[in-house]
Ligand binder design. Structure first.
Ligand code: DX5
Ligand code: ZN
Length: 221
């Protein structure tokens, strides 16, 4: 079964609860939380404080995507904020394996994210500590970019490797996913589709229509 993980980055923050409530009404299970530090990526978003306040009201699986350098310094903060999955970028730390272990030791699921230019081989010695692999299908930092087609090859290769090494590992893609291209991705055996700008809309009726469309498409898998 495949799920949508809507990215909060594209939400309308002055009317956040209306937008999140409509996700709840539509049985959306995951919420993708993009944490950016203005250093690993050229943008700044939000941190554990905002996530912790959302946790008071919402039961989504908090799918946290850390685009920050030295994530090892903040894992405890994200645990305290109520995160379920914490994904780090391979290049964001000198010790990716150690940080994955740290995330798991705190009782959360550990993910690694690969930038569009990062080769699959970096996974070679991480398999034992992985719960999720996040393939960036845009350069990280901003919502609303176009899907980078060269990543299709990487998605197929990583699916093969997951099946060989540990089929329990979730495969997630992030960036440029829309109702207009998700149908072409359905046979790639992707577990989680992140979508931000295509899902959130200031017009709540348009947002509902979009969620209906995603539900209809994902039901086909
Ligand atoms: C980009 C973020 C994405 C982003 C996706 O760095 O990791 O999660 O919000 O946005 P869309 O779906 O608009 O490409
Ligand atoms: Zn993301």
């Amino acid at each position: 079964m495949s799920f949508l993980s809507p990215s909060l980055l594209s939400a309308n923050f002055y009317n956040l609860s209306e937008q999140l409530d409509i996700l709840v009404e539509n049985d959306v299970k995951y919420l993708h939380l993009d944490v950016m530090d203005g250093n690993f990526v050229p943008n700044i978003s939000f941190g554990p404080g905002i996530i912790k306040s959302l946790r008071k009201k919402y039961d989504f699986i908090f799918d946290t995507h850390l685009m920050i350098v030295n994530p090892e310094n903040y894992i405890e903060n994200f645990k305290d904020a109520g995160c379920d999955i914490v994904t780090i970028h391979y290049e964001a730390t000198k010790h990716p394996l150690r940080v994955l272990q740290q995330i798991r030791q705190m009782g959360m699921k550990a993910g690694i994210s690969l930038n569009p230019g990062t080769p699959v081989e970096v996974l070679d010695y991480l398999w034992d500590e992985l719960d999720l692999i996040l393939i960036m299908t845009v350069n990280p930092g901003f919502g609303g970019q176009s899907f980078i087609e060269s990543q299709l090859k990487k998605i197929k290769r990583i699916r093969e490797l997951i099946n060989k090494n540990n089929p329990e590992i979730l495969l997630e893609i992030d960036g440029g996913v829309k109702t207009t291209n998700i149908e072409s991705l359905l046979d790639l055996d992707i577990d989680l589709f992140v979508s931000g700008s295509d899902v959130f809309n200031e017009d709540i009726y348009l947002m509902q229509a979009k969620l209906d469309k995603y539900k209809e498409i994902l039901r086909r898998i």
